[in-house]
Design a protein around this ligand. Structure first.
Ligand SMILES: Nc1ncnc2c1ncn2[C@@H]1O[C@H](COP(=O)(O)OP(=O)(O)O)[C@@H](O)[C@H]1O
Ligand SMILES: [Mg+2]
Length: 240
């Protein structure tokens, strides 16, 4: 069966898109499904950093610019079911062509659909909605912080996705910490957004440890508070 494409998006930077993307891909892989993580964030790409991945020759930019076939930009990771298609972290020159050509991304993804069960796309902040609309057959997961301004922006994305007949699978509320005063209650959250599913990923004090080791949290410590939540998210996505 062709891979299901999941785009992880958010209106704001720094809310946890890359963390959610790589851990979702790693969790899906650790549950026995073939997963590919693609860094479609050409401006501030961090997937390779989170995966401790350095020294690769070709990247997404090279596929988009027609330098090499997309298959030559994919690398194995230490998790046998998880591959990575990185974007270049330090660019030698401005990849203007690649940025333009990302709208043709689906032609590249199409060639990979049979090789994977899930393809997870990390995105730039403020979303890649234009490019996601062009891909069409993609499931959207919105990431937001559990605070009012982040939720308002998430609602706009939800409405944009629904208006464009996209499949909006749900909202990930990241860095939830009930000990912080003023943390929004479920009833308050549901007054703002109406996603069919809301997953909560707790604040995890060992997130920076995993990042420093260049290992996705679910592979670094599968029993950490966020890992358990990422594994639940992955199980829900797999069984959907
Ligand atoms: N659940 C979490 N608990 C603790 N820290 C987190 C969590 N999720 C993300 N972070 C941290 O927040 C920062 C931004 O996350 P990142 O995934 O890079 O955001 P984005 O891709 O949206 O810019 C990183 O330092 C990351 O380690
Ligand atoms: Mg990011």
């Amino acid at each position: 069966m062709a891979a299901k494409i999941i785009a992880v998006v958010s209106p704001k930077g720094g809310v946890g898109k890359t963390t959610v993307s790589i851990n979702l891909a790693a969790a899906i892989a650790s549950l026995g499904k073939r997963a590919l993580i693609v860094d479609t964030n050409l401006e501030t790409p961090h997937v390779a950093v989170y995966c401790g991945f350095a020294g690769f020759k070709y990247s997404l930019e090279d596929a988009l610019n027609g330098v090499v076939p997309v298959k030559d930009t994919i690398y194995r990771t230490d998790e046998p079911n998880m591959d990575i298609l990185p974007s270049r972290v330090f660019k030698q020159s401005w990849d203007g062509n690649a940025k333009y050509r990302i709208i043709n991304m689906f032609h590249h993804l199409e060639k990979l659909l049979d090789a994977y069960d899930f393809i997870v796309l990390d995105s730039k902040p403020s979303t890649n909605m234009e490019f996601i609309k062009l891909i069409g057959n993609v499931h959207i997961i919105v990431v937001a912080a559990p605070e009012i301004t982040s939720l308002i922006e998430a609602k706009k994305l939800e409405e944009d996705g629904t208006r464009s007949a996209l499949m909006v699978d749900g909202l990930v509320l990241n860095r939830v910490n009930a000990k912080i005063r003023g943390t929004m209650k479920d009833s308050e959250i549901k007054k703002i957004v109406s996603f069919k599913t809301i997953w909560k990923i707790p604040e995890d004090h060992s997130a920076l440890d995993a990042l420093q080791h260049g290992i996705p949290m679910v592979l670094y410590n599968s029993r950490s508070v966020s890992s358990r939540a990422f594994l639940k998210l992955a199980r829900d996505i797999i069984s959907d």
